[in-house]
Design a protein around this ligand. Structure first.
Ligand code: NAP
Length: 290
């Protein structure tokens, strides 16, 4: 029997990286009616899989408020796990549409698309959109929880750990500490925030591991049984801003931003009932898949 005051959870972005893990965790928990909000009726393997595990799939035109309100009726908790990196819509705009509809549909708690490093500073477009949305959410009167998780461990490859070529690229000092969490643990943490009183209207920071870039590298070296080459590229942000060759991509600039701003001064793991899995579990999977 659940001790959560909530019964129905709707997740937008459940066909994505973190949204899928969150939806799976709610289904595994077994205490909630789980709905997946999608934009269009297309074939999607992840949506099919969640549906086969018990999630109801609901569709809504996100530009039509009435459509969204109808889709969110009966929802106690709305989780936004969307991400939009095209130039057509901003994450801020998408989430404001969700918020207006959630308020009208009497949703009780809104968990926005954060799942990042909980930066206190603005300074990157991906981050600034989230900051702007926090202001709207706090004005809305809905309950909220910001969940900060550090780097997704499944994204180590994107972050510079190239298993295939046994090369690591650091966008800063190798002694920089980076928090990281596996997607499955992020799912479990998200579910459990609903049962933790301190998570109401609060920032929750959780971590699976909090190691330096060099320490993660050592774990990759152990898992592959070989020494890796390391490249340090320390002025990415400066070159990106001033368009100096070789001009970094937006993604590289973001990695450099994350490297500079990934400080979790304190975290909330002890408020949760479980211990996250060792980081070596994801590292070994990444190595076996390369
Ligand atoms: N900490 C990290 O390492 C890390 C890494 C990546 C992302 N993140 C963060 O995690 C969050 C989710 O990112 P993700 O990578 O999991 O997302 P994603 O896989 O790129 O996309 C999630 C879903 O968003 C929906 N979506 C895309 N465009 C949309 C739009 N215009 N309107 C409404 N829905 C749209 C899609 O669902 P449907 O097609 O089903 O509608 C899509 O499957 C973001 O806040 C992102 O910044 C963190």
């Amino acid at each position: 029997m659940s001790n959560s005051p909530f019964h129905t959870v709707t997740i937008a972005g459940a066909t994505g990286n973190v949204g899928y893990a969150i939806a799976e965790a709610f289904l595994n928990d077994g205490s909630y009616n789980v709905k997946i909000l999608r934009r269009k009726l297309d074939e999607n393997e992840k949506a099919k899989s969640l549906n086969s595990k018990g999630a109801e799939i609901v569709y809504a035109d996100h530009s039509q408020k009435d459509d969204l309100v109808k889709a969110l009726k009966g929802t106690d908790v709305f989780v936004s796990a969307v991400f939009e990196s095209s130039n057509n819509t901003s994450l801020y705009d998408i989430q404001v549409s969700f918020l207006l509809a959630a308020k009208e549909a009497s949703v009780k708690r809104f968990i926005p698309s954060e799942f990042s490093n909980g930066y206190k500073t603005t300074g990157h477009v991906f981050n600034d959109e989230k900051f702007r949305f926090r202001e709207e959410l706090e004005k809305s009167g809905l309950e909220y929880t910001y969940i900060h998780t550090g780097l997704f461990q499944e994204f180590f490859g994107w972050f510079g750990y190239d298993v295939k070529n046994k090369k690591a690229k650091f966008y800063g000092d190798g002694n920089t500490k980076i928090p990281s969490t596996s997607l499955s643990d992020i799912g479990k943490y998200t579910v459990e925030t609903l049962k933790i009183p301190e998570a109401r209207n609060a920032h929750i920071r959780v971590i699976g591991a909090y190691l330096t870039l060099n320490e993660y590298l050592q774990k990759f070296e152990e898992a592959t049984g070989s020494k890796w080459e390391v490249i340090e590229d320390r002025d990415v942000r400066y070159r990106f801003k001033n368009k100096i060759d070789p001009i970094p991509s937006m993604s590289d600039d973001f990695i450099a931003f994350v490297t500079e701003n990934s400080n979790f001064p304190e975290y909330d793991n002890d408020k949760f009932s479980f211990t996250p899995q060792p980081v070596t579990k994801v590292i070994e999977t990444l190595v076996s898949q390369a």
